[in-house]
Write a protein that binds this ligand. Structure first.
Ligand code: ADP
Length: 182
């Protein structure tokens, strides 16, 4: 069975991410979407449990998708889920350098390959960090995120919460499925 591992902070998960899961579902028998805690990050908007719960709702229509949340090295996750390859989305050339380094590091560590899926142009400007900022100041993010995520964002900022302290907002660690402010 071919298993694709799609890792990220997903803080929050948005429509660009969803499209990558949908397209990866056509390439793999199973797509494991891994919400990662990056220890280099001091704050996150949603904690890992919140992100996992949202992800499960958002990909419920995709039978091939499975959600995990993890706080360990990506290559260990890949081994644990039996991943055939890591899947990453590319928004622009600016993503490429860091993604290349992460792919090479992960290949060096475990031999696993990374598959890049170029985003649709309509999603290329969507970053989790921008979504957080727009939502924080009361902007309409409904065009950028699934409905359930928009609802959680509204609730989070209405409740006056700004960080789960789990790692996720704005920093990325090599090999951990992240690459700087998203
Ligand atoms: P990171 O992985 O850098 O922490 P995210 O969690 O936001 O950032 O992204 C996870 C994966 O989704 C990465 O492969 C990233 O390139 C990809 N991605 C992020 N935004 C988009 C987008 N708008 N379209 C397609 N892929 C995206």
């Amino acid at each position: 069975m071919k298993v694709g591992l799609f890792p990220g902070s997903f803080d929050p998960f948005h429509n660009g991410h969803l499209e990558i899961v949908e397209r990866a579902s056509r390439l793999f028998d199973e797509v494991v979407v891994a919400a990662l805690r990056n220890p280099q990050k001091s704050t996150a908007l949603f904690d890992l449990d919140e992100r996992k719960a949202m992800l499960e709702e958002v990909v419920a229509h995709l039978p091939a998708a499975r959600i995990v949340s993890v706080s360990t090295l990506l290559v260990n996750v890949a081994r644990d889920v039996g991943a055939s390859a890591i899947v990453r989305g590319l928004r622009a050339v600016s993503d490429f350098e860091t993604e290349m380094q992460m792919a090479q590091m992960n290949h060096h560590l475990s031999g696993i390959e990374t598959i890049f899926i170029p985003t649709s142009p309509k999603y290329s400007f969507i970053h989790s960090k921008l979504v957080r900022e727009v939502a924080q100041f009361g902007g309409d993010v409904s065009a950028f995120v699934p409905k359930v995520v928009a609802e959680h964002l509204a609730a989070k900022f209405e409740a006056g919460q700004g960080g789960a302290g789990q790692g996720g907002a704005g920093q990325r660690g090599a090999g951990q499925g992240g690459k700087g402010a998203q």
